[in-house]
Design a protein around this ligand. Structure first.
Ligand code: BDR
Ligand code: CA
Length: 309
């Protein structure tokens, strides 16, 4: 599978990259970066370092948007640390990024191999919206798009209704969800149930690889923050679950296929993902997306350990 990853690493983004990199059948054709968990400068530097750590040093990294289309960015240093990786320093590498933006690289790759490239979007959707503006036929040029974002029947995480990636750029998310991509939305509905717990982290600590040791250090930081948020010692594996669903849709054991819109104007609900869950959605409403509602969490977590081993 040929995959373009758009991300804001980010502790869970880092683990998603590790998951993809561990699969020799995956060609990561490019990585785009975006503000989100940290500034785009930091997420770009992290992406370059992580790809080196995960033995994919040749993957081109393209810096993307530094801010959302309309509003100001809301970075998440309180969740991911000021360096985006829980304060854990990765070995320094020469920052080698391509001169095109993330959106330009995605458009170029999609045009050069129509129907062959899948997109995994793990941060605010600004780069994808910019790519759509450059190439409105993008939905017909790419294969599948898997987005980690949104909260349909689950509560939000940054507001009572909104999930961080969508909330950071609601206009971009609305453009992407309405564009007609073959899109799977891996929302908090399932990611908040894909929890790494302490016994799982102990298994991770027992693995001998360098990547497992870094993953354990990142997650120890992340777990402390999530313990406050969840009220129990566990942390959700948002972005790695999206990566796993991209590589194997069979991990999704139940889903609905529904039109999803993003609330842009609500006083309390801006950034909310609103799905038409009726049996017969409004005729002529937008193209539906696949919304997983159940995933095989034990299988995912054991695959994650294997990837990090
Ligand atoms: C999403 O927001 C980011 O903080 C995480 O990396 C993940 O992509 C979860 O809401
Ligand atoms: Ca992310």
């Amino acid at each position: 599978m040929r995959v373009f990853v758009d991300c804001d690493p980010g502790i869970d983004d880092a683990l998603a990259l590790a998951y993809l990199a561990a699969d020799s059948s995956v060609e990561i054709v490019g990585v785009g970066t975006v503000y989100g968990n940290s500034s785009v400068e930091t997420t770009t530097d992290n992406a370059v370092r992580l790809l080196r750590l995960f033995d994919r040093p040749d993957v081109p990294v393209a810096a993307g948007a530094a801010r959302p289309l309309v509003q100001q960015p809301r970075l998440a240093a309180h969740v991911h640390g000021t360096n985006g990786l829980g304060g854990i320093e990765l070995p320094a590498v020469e920052a080698a990024t391509v001169s095109e933006s993330a959106a330009e690289v995605l458009v170029r790759l999609a045009r050069s191999a129509p129907g062959e490239i899948s997109v995994l979007a793990l941060g605010p959707l600004t780069n994808l919206a910019l790519a759509l503006a450059l190439e409105p036929r993008l939905p017909q040029l790419v294969d599948r798009v898997v987005v980690m974002g949104g909260a349909v029947r689950a509560p939000g995480n940054v507001t009572p209704w909104a999930e961080a990636n969508v909330n950071n750029d609601p206009e971009a998310a609305e453009a992407v969800l309405g564009a007609g991509f073959n899109l799977t939305l891996v929302a908090l509905d399932v990611t908040m149930r894909a929890l790494a717990t302490e016994p799982w982290l102990e298994e991770l600590a027992g693995l001998a690889s360098e990547r497992a040791s870094y993953a354990h250090r990142f997650l120890t930081y992340y777990l402390d923050w999530y313990t406050e948020f969840l009220g129990r010692r566990a942390c959700p594996m948002h972005d790695p679950l999206a990566a796993a669903v991209l590589l194997d849709p069979a991990l999704v054991t139940e889903s609905v296929t529904v039109p999803v819109q993003v609330e842009l104007t609500g006083t309390y609900t801006r950034g909310m993902t609103v799905a038409d869950l009726r049996t017969r959605p409004e005729a002529g409403s937008r193209d539906p997306v696949v919304l997983p509602t159940e995933v095989d969490v034990p299988e995912f977590l054991s695959r994650m350990l294997r990837a990090l081993a």
